[in-house]
Design a protein. Structure first.
Length: 388
């Protein structure tokens, strides 16, 4: 059952990667840079605005029903977008409408998806399931992105939306026909919505281990994403190596992350949260090395970043799933997603400004050092060190 679920979500991640690239290519080719940026922002901004409500929904209602409803809603958005685009209703308003509707449906259902593994397997198997899910996720996105570029060039955006709609139908079918919950989570059906929303924040305030885990998981993306997303492109452009080296670096990152996830599954430490944070402390040096003007340094540095992220994310996510109280898992997961969706977009321009105002090596060093210090501080906290 779990294998079928991972296979279905792999198809969904493939469709999402395909659709994201197709949307970006279409927006850049048909709109001004400013409008293209707004369209792409409307995919993530609504998620940040609705994900806390999605957390309350995740802790209140049956997970499978929420997810099936979300998958059907996302498929409907894609199919309606396909029909409108095929009928000639194109341009910025249509792209914005599709992106906005897709972002809203995603934000409302993401927290529920983050609680499903806890309901399918025992706590001691969570890291294994999460590890294989991350391997599948990275592989699907690695393959989906280039397919999206080819498909939109060949058949246009409508074909990419149709394929993505099919991926959601596959997931909804798996949820309906195969997936069955084994471990029920407590529900907050009798609690007012606003009180339930505040309950997630209150739980983090009084639970240091959960609060520190959220901080660690958000910090992993805040300090790494700007460097690998923008810093690599800046290094390649300044050195005049050609855009192909951005792809090579991304491939090294993905390969390292997949290898790291597999190693995390095979060799689980006795104190996974502390081990993960120590690994991320070392990763800070590889983050700083991205700015070195040498291709033999760039590619191994990206591989090391991927390897460390693959190891740490599996261990941290496994501990997060088994540590957070079952009654608050959806709401705490929504806070985690909110931090990721809001802080990473802020960190990207901050990194770019630092690189432009000082130098690229300064920017990567600051981000790498900040990450190392944060993870070292968290790793030595008793609330983290004792987590198994």
């Amino acid at each position: 059952m779990v294998a079928v679920w991972i296979a279905a979500t792999t198809v969904s991640w493939f469709g999402d990667a395909l659709w994201t690239v197709a949307l970006a290519v279409t927006a850049v080719q048909t709109l001004s840079p400013a409008l293209a940026g707004i369209v792409l922002g409307l995919v993530t901004l609504p998620q940040a605005m609705t994900v806390l409500l999605g957390g309350v929904i995740a802790d209140r209602y049956d997970t499978r029903r929420v997810l099936v409803t979300g998958q059907v809603g996302q498929a409907a958005v894609m199919l309606l977008g396909t029909a409108a685009w095929t009928a000639g209703l194109r341009g910025a308003p249509m792209l914005m409408t599709i992106a906005l509707a897709f972002g809203i449906t995603t934000g409302l259902t993401v927290p529920a998806g983050m609680t499903l593994a806890r309901q399918l397997v025992r706590s001691e198997d969570l890291a294994t399931v999460i590890g294989w899910s991350q391997v599948a996720n990275r592989t699907a996105r690695l393959l989906g992105a280039p397919v999206g570029g080819v498909l939109v060039a060949w058949k246009g955006l409508s074909a990419a939306m149709a394929v993505n709609a099919l991926s959601f139908v596959i997931v909804a079918t798996a949820l309906t026909r195969v997936v069955r919950v084994r471990f029920l989570l407590p529900r907050t059906t009798g609690e007012p919505w606003l009180r339930s929303l505040a309950g997630g924040v209150g739980y983090l305030k009084r639970t240091p281990s959960a609060r520190l885990l959220v901080l660690a998981l958000v910090g992993l993306n805040v300090f790494v994403t700007p460097v690998v997303a923008l810093g690599v492109a800046l290094r390649v452009n300044a050195s005049g190596w050609g855009s192909v080296w951005v792809g090579i670096a991304e491939a090294a990152l993905a390969a390292g992350a997949i290898a790291g996830s597999l190693l995390a599954i095979r060799y689980p430490p006795s104190r996974p949260a502390r081990s993960a944070l120590f690994v991320l402390t070392v990763e800070g040096a590889a983050v700083a090395a991205i700015a070195v003007d040498a291709r033999p340094v760039l590619v191994p540095a990206m591989a090391v970043i991927g390897l460390a992220a693959g190891l740490a994310s599996v261990w941290l996510a496994g501990v997060f799933q088994s540590t957070v109280a079952a009654s608050h898992l959806g709401r705490v997961s929504s806070i985690l997603v909110l931090g990721d969706r809001t802080l990473v977009p802020l960190a990207l321009p901050a990194f770019g400004a630092l690189a432009a105002g000082a130098s690229l090596i300064t920017a990567t060093s600051v981000f790498g050092l900040a990450m190392g210090l944060l993870c070292l501080a968290l790793a030595t906290r008793p609330a983290i060190a004792r987590l198994t």
